[in-house]
Ligand binder design. Structure first.
Ligand code: OOG
Length: 261
């Protein structure tokens, strides 16, 4: 039988020690359900140290990301308060192993997600929207993994930055959320470009995907949760020069930035 707690502890130790480990799926029989159990056991370890869960993230919602990593299914991870970096603040790069950064769209829930409600009513639970940055950092050697590995590793979640929130209804009255240009810039130079439409065809589709996966894998997503809808472009390495600035801009929504401390 797969030892869920042992695998969770192994990944947790890799993260804390910043020493990458071999993929699990190579040596152990870990199926996708077991991987989500490992992820959840890892989150319990973090909660035991005082971290709070603040939301969820999706991964591999864009073709660019799925192709970059050679993986095809959408995956769900959990984000905690310890991962959040303030907009414009410095992030300590030495916390990570081989971090990458990607531009995203984030949603804030004003109500609980109701798995039994029709898709349109689920959207009504979303109160606000913001441009966001996600820092990912695989705990596996060479940033290489199978789907089961990356799910067990909490979908490489490592950090996130949320830009200015705006009321979703006001934004939708003004803009087509499925067709906004996205740019990731490092020190003012474009590093990746895409469109919000690259996120599941429309980042709002992330809400139904979260409902489906959270129900299936027993993840709670209450009012007040943040949803990171997934990257719009491939990820780029987090620069390692102190003072370097990374900015994500989403046309019409605004910008969000982080500097390397
Ligand atoms: C997994 C996380 C992918 C996204 O937005 O596609 C992800 C990884 O690439 O390490 O967060």
């Amino acid at each position: 039988m797969t030892d869920i707690l042992e695998l969770a502890a192994r990944i947790d130790r890799a993260r804390l020690d910043r020493v990458p480990i071999p993929q699990l799926a190579e040596a152990e029989s870990v199926d996708l359900d077991a991987s989500y159990d490992v992820q959840s056991a890892g989150i319990e370890l973090r909660r035991g140290r005082g971290e709070s869960v603040v939301g969820v993230k999706l991964g591999f919602t864009s073709k660019a990301k799925a192709e970059q990593m050679g993986v095809s299914d959408v995956i769900l991870g959990v984000i905690t308060d310890e991962m959040q970096v303030g907009d414009g603040d410095a992030v300590d790069r030495s916390r990570f192993i081989h971090p990458r950064i990607e531009p995203e769209v984030a949603f804030l829930l004003g109500a609980d997600l109701d798995p039994d409600a029709p898709a349109d009513d689920q959207l009504a639970a979303v109160a606000q929207v913001a441009p966001a940055l996600e820092i990912i950092d695989s705990r596996y050697r060479d940033f290489r993994f199978a789907l089961e590995d990356v799910v067990a590793d909490n979908t490489s979640a490592a950090g996130f930055v949320i830009g200015p929130w705006r009321e979703l209804a006001a934004v939708r009255a003004e803009l087509d959320l499925a067709d906004l240009a996205v740019e990731l810039a490092v020190d003012g130079e474009p590093a990746a470009t895409g469109s919000t439409g690259d996120i599941l065809g429309d980042p709002l589709h992330a809400v139904a995907a979260v409902v489906r996966m959270a129900t299936r894998y027993g993840v709670r997503v209450p009012a007040g949760s943040i949803i990171l809808a997934g990257a719009a472009t491939a990820a780029v390495p987090l620069p390692d020069r102190p003072g370097a600035e990374v900015v994500a801009s989403v046309a019409g929504l605004g910008r969000v930035s982080v500097t390397i401390g």
